[in-house]
Write a protein that binds this ligand. Structure first.
Ligand SMILES: [Ca+2]
Ligand SMILES: [Ca+2]
Ligand SMILES: [Ca+2]
Length: 169
């Protein structure tokens, strides 16, 4: 999978209604859905952190400030640097919201909740989970999760990326 294909898959997931634009509301809804899935209150500090990080990411993606993020805007923006400075805090914050016992790992039910709330297909969820759970202890570590998405976005290839995004073509 090259990085343009990978970005198209991610864009398709972010453009929930498929109108070709990621709206502010579509992007913001992700953090709210994860909070709901985790059973956390709107003013939970981890939810607030995720919401703030998401708002910042969306504003940076909307390069021309017209209130919508097109694929061209997204593709021009997405990459290793944007991932490390902007996406990693968003994904990490969402991970923390769903990690209800705060041990820095997710079990399969938590992982499934997170990915479903983010709008990813969950048909391949066990394959993705097993690919990420490299030591087979039934838990996926935060750093491994983020590194795998980074590899997907930057076109380095990632087993989880394939398993999680492939159904979105
Ligand atoms: Ca849309
Ligand atoms: Ca725009
Ligand atoms: Ca946990």
């Amino acid at each position: 999978m090259d990085d343009t294909t990978a970005k198209r898959l991610v864009f398709a997931m972010l453009d929930a209604d498929g109108d070709g634009v990621i709206s502010r509301e579509e992007y913001a809804a992700r953090a709210e859905r994860v909070a709901l899935a985790a059973g956390r209150a709107e003013d939970d500090p981890l939810v607030v952190t995720a919401r703030t990080a998401g708002r910042r990411a969306w504003e940076l993606m909307d390069a021309n400030g017209d209130g919508g993020v097109t694929f061209d805007e997204y593709a021009a923006w997405a990459g290793a640097e944007a991932f490390d400075t902007v996406c990693e805090p968003v994904l990490g914050a969402l991970f923390d919201v769903i990690d209800t016992d705060g041990d820095g790992t997710l079990d399969l039910p938590e992982f499934t909740k997170l990915r479903a709330a983010l709008g990813n297909p969950v048909g391949n969820i066990e394959t993705a989970f097993d690919a990420l759970d490299s030591d087979g202890d039934g838990r996926v570590r935060r750093a491994d999760y983020i590194a795998s998405i980074r590899a997907h976005i930057t076109g380095e290839g990632s087993p989880m990326g394939k398993a999680l995004y492939a159904e979105h073509v």
